[in-house]
Design a protein around this ligand. Sequence first.
Ligand SMILES: [Zn+2]
Length: 254
Amino acid sequence: MLIGYPNHPRRNFLEEIDWIGKNKFNFVDVFLEEDEASLENINVLKSKVLLKSYGLDTVGHTAWYLPIGSPNKTIRLSAVNEIFKCFDIFRNLEVKLVTIHTDWASGLFSEAEAINFQSESLNLLNDKAREYELEIILEPTVSKHDTIENMEKILKKVPNISFHLDIGHANLNNNDPIEFIEAFHSKMKHVHIHDNDGIRDLHLPIGCGNIDWQKTISELKKCYDGTITLEIFSSDRDFVLLSKRKLKKLWDMD
Ligand SMILES: [Zn+2]
């Protein structure tokens, strides 16, 4: 198991790598997002040198707010094109896995139509990603539509992508993270960890919400031994480091 941390996209990317490296994480979850970590603000050469100096690996993460599932085709394709632009930087930073988030069309559109909109975009993204030797992983977000059943439908329509389990998100809308682990154990390529109260997407340190971490990590360990990002958005990062210690302790328990 490898533990990573994301750069805060509104902070200087190099300084973020520096903090992540100094605190001995295994990898950076590269959040390519506005504004400090937008495409035009990333200095690829300097970032590579710094990542290497700390021995940090990378995984890729595109902005959650890109409307890949918009009912408007022009907007949908524009979001896809924005993500295409990220692929070059990801390849340069030696990324292999790229997270894309679900995006649900609402209003007058049915769930089946919303699945089709995103699946069409994901198929385009997947085809292009292969040219860059990248693999797309799908992360469910916070919508009530992000159910196991709907994720299975999307993965069926886009068969060559893998699953990104966000344990915090899987605790919302009366879902259970353990059921997600059971359903997607063979498709899981990356994991995000953070806590919440089951109602709001709070990105809290481990143990500050209502997730049963001992049980969840014990289930996860049975089928997964890859990259785990602590997606904890605490302004005091001591809480992130405490969560890192807690995760290691939980992982080492029988
Ligand atoms: Zn996440």
